[in-house]
Design a protein around this ligand. Structure first.
Ligand code: SF4
Length: 386
């Protein structure tokens, strides 16, 4: 769940660790919670309910009543049931992987203020047994896949959990899990030793204090995407508009190394430009003036307001029903919504679904996906019988 009240929240750790003064700069800026965030909150509540029902004592009447309330929310959809079932299955697989019954904590507040002043957050699910701790984070977003590897949000939760339970459990290994069933990559997990986790915690204390004090240097990067100051931050604008560090000396052609820098800057610039455009449009619509720009009505498409009524008129004028209606099958995403998620759809018609190789795509070197493998037949131009 989001850690909305901590200045140094775990969910924003990537930002304040990279750009410490961003914490105080954005402290009083309003949240612009989207419908996606509200949908994620609902999915979390549903996932939590299911995990509690399975691993805690809960009266059936309480479960049924809460489930009914959640399903009455306009943001609920049958696919949410399928995705929260995937989360439940993931938690259950870890629970059942131990010989002895493990301890489970659900929606646990975790205090890591010994590392980052005032820091706390809420871990979706913690499982402990012997020297092992598992931290499972359920993410409902489908836009940006998040990896568990070296994830600062989950490492902060881990530091809070180790501290909370150190008298009861001699935790030596911590496995961080992200369950993100709506993305292609889905789930990921990553294990860190207690010693390495403690070492990392010590290493960020100084920067956490800087962030808390509103000090340190502004630094622009991918983390700006989730910053409330992303549209108006001067440091970000200065970075985008500064020279990319190219030599003005010959040779006349850019080197491959310089082209890499152009691509990296262009990627950040495109995100920034989109943030600035959104900000400017909203500012004008709220009555402000952005020098040199106005808001106008964009292009829109005509639509029929009453299909049945319109088609009755067309039929009455001699147009056959068969030529008026096109029969188009639902796509995979709509089928998932209809059936209740990816898992159930795969069970039913997985044998009819294939995922062809995607087109080669240029990404930054630290992208988690494996390198593109060329089809050998295509390299040699079709069948090669030699
Ligand atoms: S937009 Fe980027 S550089 Fe500016 S405060 Fe936010 S994180 Fe820092």
């Amino acid at each position: 769940m989001p850690d909305t009240h901590a200045l140094l929240s775990a969910s924003a750790a990537k930002r304040w660790l990279n750009c410490p003064p961003s914490a105080r700069l954005t402290e009083n800026m309003p949240d612009t919670a989207s419908e996606y965030a509200a949908e994620g909150t609902l999915a979390h509540a549903l996932g939590e309910l299911k995990v509690r029902k399975k691993f805690e004592i809960m009266k059936k009447s309480v479960y049924d009543k809460t489930l009914k309330e959640l399903k009455a929310d306009p943001l609920y959809s049958p696919e949410m049931d399928g995705y929260t079932d995937s989360y439940l299955d993931y938690v259950a697989a870890i629970m059942h992987s131990f010989k002895n019954k493990p301890y489970i904590a659900i929606e646990k507040r975790l205090d890591y203020s010994h590392i980052a002043p005032g820091g706390f957050g809420t871990g979706d699910c913690l499982i402990m047994c012997g020297g092992e701790l598992h931290i499972i984070d359920f993410k409902y977003g489908k836009g940006v896949p998040v990896s568990a590897e070296d994830n600062p949000q989950l490492k902060l939760y881990a530091l809070g959990a180790v501290r909370e339970y150190e008298l009861l459990y001699d935790i030596q290994n911590i496995t961080l899990h992200i369950v993100q069933p709506r993305t292609d990559d889905g789930n990921s997990s990553w294990t860190i030793t207690r010693a390495a986790l403690d070492e990392w915690g010590e290493s960020i204390k100084l920067v956490a204090q800087l962030a808390y004090d509103g000090k340190g240097d502004f630094k622009c990067g991918d983390h700006c995407r989730f910053c409330k100051a992303k549209s108006t931050c001067r440091a970000r604008a200065d970075f985008m508009l500064s020279e990319a560090g190219f030599s003005s000396l010959p040779p006349e052609l850019l080197s491959d190394d310089e082209l890499g820098k152009v691509l990296e800057r262009a990627r950040l610039f495109a995100n920034w430009l989109s943030d600035v455009e959104n900000y400017a449009l909203n500012a004008i619509l709220s009555g402000k003036t952005i020098t040199g720009f106005r808001a106008v009505e964009g292009t829109s498409r005509r639509k029929i307001t009453d299909i049945d009524g319109a088609f009755e008129v067309l039929k009455a004028n001699g147009y056959d029903e068969a030529v008026l209606y096109e029969r188009t099958p639902l796509g995979i995403t709509d089928l998932e919504k209809l059936i209740g998620g990816k898992k159930k759809l795969t069970e039913l018609i997985g044998g009819f679904i294939e995922k062809p190789q995607g087109k080669p795509t240029l990404v930054p070197a630290d992208d988690k996906r494996p390198d593109y493998k060329q089809d050998i037949n295509k390299i040699f131009g079709g069948n090669n019988n030699d």
